[in-house]
Design a protein around this ligand. Structure first.
Ligand SMILES: C[S@@+](CC[C@H](N)C(=O)[O-])C[C@H]1O[C@@H](n2cnc3c(N)ncnc32)[C@H](O)[C@@H]1O
Length: 212
């Protein structure tokens, strides 16, 4: 049964998070900013190396686990990378609070949680509605780079993107993976699959998904 006091507390917490994220975006993103984005950046190994190799790109990594963001920020500070930011945020909330004129040029989603059980598939991030919202923030020619060691997740993601109104899957081998740096989960994986998708332009108006 619903507890009205707890629901009100939860809604208030979400509003606080939205306000904090908007303030964070305002600090990081200049007007009409274009950025390179990583969802589920973990301890920041990949994006720190990427940002070092691409000093002119603004790079933003997000993760829902605060302790991972803290470690990633320490890595960023040790390397004194002024073009790199790590933000403690859930992906849908991050998208929902982005300024209207901010777009990404590259999005990396590397070894996302696979949620192998059928009844847990709803928790996967590579879902059609989420990918539509992501596409609405894709700048011209933007690419999505997805990598996983869980073959059924790769197959499902390829099927979702292939049928998607906002994305084209780039044929295997037609484009190089833009930057290699082993992630923590990649180091543990005996093998993995990679997929590149291109956003269709212009993106259709996205459905407004409010994060729960
Ligand atoms: C399996 S780990 C992979 C970490 C890193 N990409 C790697 O390859 O080592 C998945 C990461 O995604 C984060 N994550 C899961 N769902 C998320 C979401 N909705 N928004 C942001 N981060 C999320 C988790 O906290 C975790 O750090």
């Amino acid at each position: 049964m619903e507890n009205p006091a707890r629901t009100a507390q939860y809604l208030e917490l979400m509003e606080t998070r939205r306000r904090d994220l908007r303030a964070c975006h305002a600090q990081i993103l200049a007007p009409q900013a274009r950025f390179t984005w990583e969802i589920g950046s973990g301890h920041g190994h990949f994006l720190a190396a990427y940002a070092q190799a691409h000093p002119t790109e603004l790079c933003i990594g997000i993760d829902i686990i605060g302790e991972r963001i803290e470690r990633a920020l320490r890595k960023r500070d040790r390397a004194t990378l002024s073009n790199l930011h790590f933000v403690h945020a859930e992906a849908r909330l991050f998208l929902e609070t982005l300024p209207d004129d901010a777009t990404f040029s590259r999005l990396f989603i590397l070894f996302p949680d696979p949620w192998p059980k059928l009844r847990h598939h709803k928790h996967r991030i590579m879902q059609s509605d989420f990918l539509a919202s992501v596409a609405a923030r894709a700048g011209e020619g933007a690419r999505l780079y997805f990598r996983t060691d869980f073959t059924p997740y790769y197959d499902d993601t390829k099927a979702v993107l292939s049928d998607h109104a906002n994305w084209d899957v780039i044929p295997e081998g037609a484009e190089p993976w833009p930057f290699e740096h082993e992630t923590v989960f990649q180091a543990r994986a005996p093998s993995y699959h990679s997929l590149i998708a291109r956003s269709k332009q212009p993106a259709t108006t996205p459905p407004i998904i409010r994060a729960q």
